[in-house]
Design a protein around this ligand. Structure first.
Ligand SMILES: Cc1cc2nc3c(=O)[nH]c(=O)nc-3n(C[C@H](O)[C@H](O)[C@H](O)COP(=O)(O)OP(=O)(O)OC[C@H]3O[C@@H](n4cnc5c(N)ncnc54)[C@H](O)[C@@H]3O)c2cc1C
Length: 459
């Protein structure tokens, strides 16, 4: 990928450590913070040239900074317990969300009573009602994400609102193939907000005016480095060492722990915490990869624009039945326009389109058909991110669990969005997950290694 190549200003490479954390994303930084607090001499190693993991940005030649899609943070995030000094570097924002529905209308996200239900007309309303009733009576069994959504809003509204098509875009596979447990976790809002009872309540009771209790914030205008460099500085002060652009080659078991071999040196430690993709760690440990774990490749398109964009919201989700793009974010609403030019990023899940050129062409044609972005639209740049997030096909969670157990049998503690193949929408969730994983699992708690190894390799 053509990401930034910020070089760390703070890198030191002592050879022996108590713990080595592989991956310097949010999970790796939180793990390092916890290990350092326990007094463990810790090294963080990453092949990336910068910390922050998939919080990745890109700056155009004229100096505008875009990113792959990590847009919203909160001032009550548990991440701030570890790194309180980053709070001052966020930009407070007041974001608004919208959605392009299949009827070519920018409307409320995630569902609009007026535009998705009432606008269907008397016959449409009858069909929506009948399909909900049918689902509640005869489709109670839920095996996948489509079953779950259909049970709550009925097949007709699922299609009419564009939610079914959006789910394909979001998950990278058809909703019938999506694991039911993930659907329950990820789409709780459907049962909470889109049940007919709640929709009726919304219709007759004015919405509460109370805003969220926490403050919404975006990354600094200049990019993530400003945010995470202070976190690194604090960790370094606490005795944590960093080896970025490491060129990880392999990890070997030794009598006293592990030997990590990289292009930039060799390091040893009693303990390894991994936050990188499971297949990457399996390769490093030379363990056979028995569990195909698919991930989404994300194409990010970075545009500047002058003209009439056609909507006031800062974030738009594509719920229409065509167009490969998933979401767009207008950064200039947060950071300011330049000479009346607005700046925004478009996220496209690879599959339907696979190159930047295809994604750009598809986006331009789609917005034109939908009457959006009338004016001068320039592609400023792009990024392609592999392993952006896991594809939660049926059985994937179980395959990931088995792979994590095999790594554990080898002695590696694997966690985080990549390392646990887990649904982690925000830094908040990543922080809590690592806190729980490191609180639960310590080297002393681990079962005897030899028997685990035998079981794992024979299984
Ligand atoms: C599209 C998108 C939108 C997001 N939006 C938000 C948001 O709005 N708010 C928010 O708080 N968080 C957001 N996040 C962040 C995310 O949800 C997690 O909180 C966070 O990225 C998880 O950090 P991690 O350290 O577990 O894993 P990651 O940051 O994914 O990765 C950790 C490490 O794994 C390794 N790695 C990753 N990919 C590869 C690869 N392809 N090959 C080899 N090694 C790799 C790298 O060493 C990396 O440092 C978003 C992320 C993405 C991708």
């Amino acid at each position: 990928m053509d990401g930034t190549d910020r070089q760390p200003a703070f890198s030191s490479t002592p050879q022996r450590f108590d713990a080595i954390v592989v991956g310097a994303g949010i999970s790796g930084l939180v793990a390092a913070s916890m290990l350092a607090a326990k007094g463990e001499k810790t090294l963080v190693v990453d092949d990336y040239a910068q910390v922050g993991g998939n919080h990745l940005d890109w700056t155009s030649p004229e100096g505008y900074t875009f990113d792959v899609g990590s847009l919203i943070f909160q001032d009550d995030s548990p991440l701030l317990r570890h790194f309180p000094e980053i709070l001052d570097h966020y930009v407070p924002i007041d974001p608004s969300w919208g959605r392009l529905n299949p009827q070519k209308k920018i409307t409320t996200y995630p569902i609009s009573v007026r535009d998705d239900i009432l606008a269907a007309g008397p016959l449409g309303l009858l069909r929506i009602g009948a399909s909900v009733l049918y689902a509640r009576l005869f489709r109670r069994r839920m095996d996948n994400a489509r079953d779950f959504a259909r049970y709550w809003i009925g097949a007709h509204l699922l299609w009419r609102s564009g939610l079914e098509t959006y789910m394909c875009r979001f998950y990278g596979i058809v909703p019938e193939a999506i694991d039911i447990d993930l659907a329950r976790k990820r789409m709780l809002w459907i049962s909470e907000h889109a049940s007919i009872g709640n929709l009726l309540k919304k219709l007759f009771k004015p919405a509460s005016v109370a805003g969220p209790a926490n403050r919404q914030m975006a990354r600094p205008k200049e990019g993530f480095a400003k945010l995470y460099d202070v976190a690194v500085r604090r960790l370094v002060n606490d005795g944590v060492a960093f080896q970025l652009s490491a060129g990880l080659r392999r990890i070997e078991k030794t009598a006293s722990g592990f030997h990590v071999i990289t292009d930039s040196g060799e390091f040893s430690a009693k303990r390894i915490v991994s936050t990188v993709p499971i297949p990457a760690m399996e390769r490093l440990c030379q363990l056979p990869s028995q569990s195909p774990l698919e991930t989404i490749t994300l194409i990010s398109l970075y545009f500047s624009f002058r003209g009439d964009r056609g909507f006031p919201q800062s974030i738009i989700y594509n719920f229409s039945h065509d167009g490969a793009w998933k979401r767009l974010t207008v950064y200039s609403d947060f950071y300011g326009a330049i000479n009346e030019r607005e700046y925004f990023a478009v996220e496209v899940i690879a599959g339907q389109v696979n190159t930047v050129e295809e994604a750009e062409d598809d986006f331009r044609r789609h917005v034109e058909r939908n009457g959006l972005f009338k004016g001068a639209l320039n592609l400023e740049g792009s990024q392609i991110l592999e392993n952006a997030y896991p594809i939660y096909s049926k059985g994937a969670a179980q395959r990931a669990d088995e792979a994590i157990k095999r790594l554990r049998a080898f002695g590696i503690e694997s966690m985080g969005r990549q390392g646990a193949f887990n649904y982690q929408p925000t830094a908040r969730v990543s922080t809590i997950d690592v806190e729980m994983a490191l609180a639960d699992l310590s080297v002393q708690d681990a079962p005897p290694l030899k028997s685990e190894m035998t079981a794992a390799l024979s299984g």
